[in-house]
Each structure stands twice: as structure tokens, then as C-alpha cells.
Write a protein that binds this ligand. Structure first.
Ligand SMILES: Cc1ncc(COP(=O)(O)O)c(C=O)c1O
Length: 343
């Protein structure tokens, strides 16, 4: 018997944190390393967002709990932003504000999985997903993809992996860590497959703005409206607005679902920090040009070609996003989960 619950004992230590600490330790020892751990923008939160947070801090009405599902004005801003950026039309009743995208990811799995329910999880994946699925009581079913398919899961693979316990498909585009951006036809085909098979989709759209070249992000419930009643969109302000520490994420889901989820949200932590919610409101409603100019696209343009040239990084050929894979991962860290997908 373990001291903790079996569910907690089953969770693997965070690979992201391990990579992060190792890179920091190597840097501290004077080594010239590129950290591939936590994904943090390399610019500060824009000033107008910080100013909105300072103003919110100074107003005593914001020293109190907010509604558990999020400030109504933030929910409305999320709906406006979603319509503006992906074309998906949501109402505030479809939105639940969370403490970061990570919290939205776990909340979505917890809301859908009964013990033993299977979640199809294309690989390579962000290491949080299988742990969040396990913690929620589900069973991650890993589907390997490779460079030949541009790290994109195919309908044949989904058919082969589906069982009568399959409850959810996790869909991530642009993907972390492969950088794959699924073309619109593939997004629609996968959405149609999920509808036909009665499988829920959790679609993580947090990297929606981080595409380059001819690659374009498309939102599954926009291309496949039939999926809307069995789809949860996960997103957040962390990456686009350099707000990783502010901890504001959200999900857009069917309204009855959000209503049910607001109760446990209340039980566990009541609300996302009110001041951070005002900062997120300023991010979503404020000027977007600066974000475009300073966003992760510019570090991509500035650093990626250099990192590739000095042969420390590998860009999957079909990648449409900003993510690079470390080239020597196999020799640097045998057993690292990324080694399996490396060329
Ligand atoms: C694919 C993906 N989804 C969601 C998140 C969650 O980000 P946050 O919890 O900082 O909002 C991350 C963070 O690295 C991520 O890579």
C-alpha cells in the first residue's frame, strides 16, 4: 500500500520540470545550453496588461471572490476573442475560466472520464496529458505518429485504436512538441470521425497564433459544427500574451457541461485570482498588434534558423509551428520520451 492514494502514486514526475532543472543547472555551471523545458515567451507581459492589473489591485471590490466560473466581462471577452480569432461562436454560458490552460486540461478530463474510460492521445504529446488523464481516472491510449505523416494522426490509426471504452480524443494543433499544424481537411475529417463514433474531443488551441509560412490554424468545431455538443476547447492567455505566471486559462464547452463544472470549480478553489482575470481581460480586449509583432513568432524568426544552423535543433519537416526538437536528445538523455520520435 502506498502512503498516498493509488491515483496519486500513478502519476509520473513532470518531465518538463526535470528538463528545466537540468538546463538551469547546466547553465549555472557555465554550459551553453538551450532549455527545452517549460515554454515561456522571452518578453515581459505587455505594459497595458500590467497596468490593468495594478488598477484592479487598487480597487477594493476586486479583493473579493469573483464568480466561480469567471468574471462575466472576461467570459464575454473570451467569446469575442474566440469569434475574432477562430470563428467559433460561443456565449458566456459556454465558458469556464480556469487557473491556466493546464487546469482547463485536467478539468476537461476529470469531467469526462469515469474509471477505465480510454482517451486517445496522439504522440509525441505534451507530457502533462497522460498524467492529467490518469489523475482523472482515465486510461491514456497512445497512438504513435512519425515524421512521415508530419506527426499527424490518421483516421486509420484512430479506427485501429478505438475500442468500446474510448470516450475522448485529445486533439492538439498546433502541436506541442512536434509543431504539427493539421490542414483544414484533416481537422474536419477527424471531427467527422469523432461525431460518427460518438467520441468526445478535447481540442487544445493554446498555440493557435504560433504558426508560420503557409500553415494555418483551424478550429475543429468551426469546420465541423456537429462536434460542438461533444467538444471542449482549451485555451489560455499564457503563451500569446507572455502571461505564464498569471495563471489564466479557460475552456469553451456545451453550456450544460459548464454549468455542472462550475460546482466543482467552486468547491476546489472558488475562482481564478480576480486581479489576474482583469489582466487577462486587458490582454484579450487591448491592442493586438504589439502581440503580433512581439509574439513567439519573432523569437522563432530570430532564433530558430540559428539554432538549426548550429545543429543543436531539429525542425520536423512538416511542422507549421514554432517548436523545435533538440537534435542530440537521445545521447544527451537516454530514455527521454522524445527520443522515440527522433530522426
Ligand atoms: C500544449 C499545451 N497546452 C496547454 C498548456 C498550458 O499552459 P498554461 O497552463 O500556462 O496556460 C501548455 C503549456 O506549456 C501547452 O504546451
Amino acid at each position: 500500500m502506498t502512503r498516498t492514494s493509488a491515483r496519486l502514486a500513478a502519476i509520473a514526475p513532470s518531465a518538463t520540470l526535470a528538463v528545466d532543472s537540468k538546463a538551469k543547472a547546466m547553465k549555472a555551471a557555465g554550459e551553453n545550453v538551450i532549455g527545452f523545458g517549460a515554454g515561456e515567451p522571452d518578453f515581459p507581459t505587455p505594459q497595458h496588461i500590467v497596468d490593468a492589473a495594478i488598477a484592479a489591485c487598487a480597487d477594493p471590490k476586486n479583493h473579493k471572490y469573483s464568480p466561480a466560473g469567471g468574471l462575466l466581462e472576461l467570459k464575454q471577452a473570451i467569446c469575442d476573442k474566440t469569434l475574432r480569432d477562430s470563428g467559433f461562436a460561443a456565449e458566456p454560458a459556454n465558458v469556464l475560466v480556469t487557473c491556466g490552460g493546464k487546469h482547463a486540461v485536467y478539468t476537461a478530463f476529470a469531467a469526462l472520464c469515469d474509471p477505465g474510460d480510454e482517451v486517445l492521445c496522439p504522440a509525441p504529446y505534451w507530457t502533462t496529458y497522460p498524467e492529467a488523464i490518469t489523475l482523472a481516472g482515465g486510461v491514456p491510449v497512445i497512438i504513435d505518429t512519425d515524421a512521415k505523416s508530419g506527426f499527424q494522426v490518421t483516421i486509420d490509426q484512430l479506427d485501429a485504436a478505438k475500442t468500446d471504452k474510448t470516450k475522448v480524443l485529445l486533439f492538439v494543433s498546433p502541436d506541442n512538441p512536434s509543431g504539427a499544424v493539421y490542414p483544414a481537411e484533416a481537422v474536419k475529417a477527424i471531427g467527422d470521425w469523432a461525431v460518427a463514433n460518438g467520441v468526445w474531443v478535447i481540442t487544445d488551441e493554446i498555440y493557435e497564433h504560433l504558426t508560420y509560412g503557409a500553415h494555418e490554424f483551424s478550429s475543429m468545431p468551426v469546420l465541423c459544427p456537429d462536434i460542438a455538443e461533444q467538444c471542449i476547447i482549451v485555451n489560455g492567455v499564457a503563451k500569446t500574451y507572455a502571461m505564464t505566471g498569471w495563471r489564466v486559462g479557460y475552456m469553451a464547452a456545451p453550456a450544460d457541461f459548464v454549468e455542472k463544472l462550475t460546482e466543482p470549480r467552486h468547491t476546489l478553489s472558488i475562482n481564478t485570482c480576480t486581479v489576474s482575470q482583469f489582466a487577462a481581460l486587458a490582454a484579450l480586449t487591448g491592442p493586438q498588434q504589439e502581440i503580433e509583432a512581439r509574439g513567439l513568432r519573432s523569437p522563432w524568426r530570430d532564433h530558430a534558423p540559428h539554432a538549426q544552423r548550429d545543429r543543436r535543433c531539429y525542425l520536423p519537416r512538416a511542422a507549421g509551428s514554432v517548436l523545435l526538437l533538440p537534435r542530440h536528445v537521445r545521447s544527451a538523455w537516454p530514455g527521454n520520451p522524445l527520443s522515440r520520435w527522433h530522426d
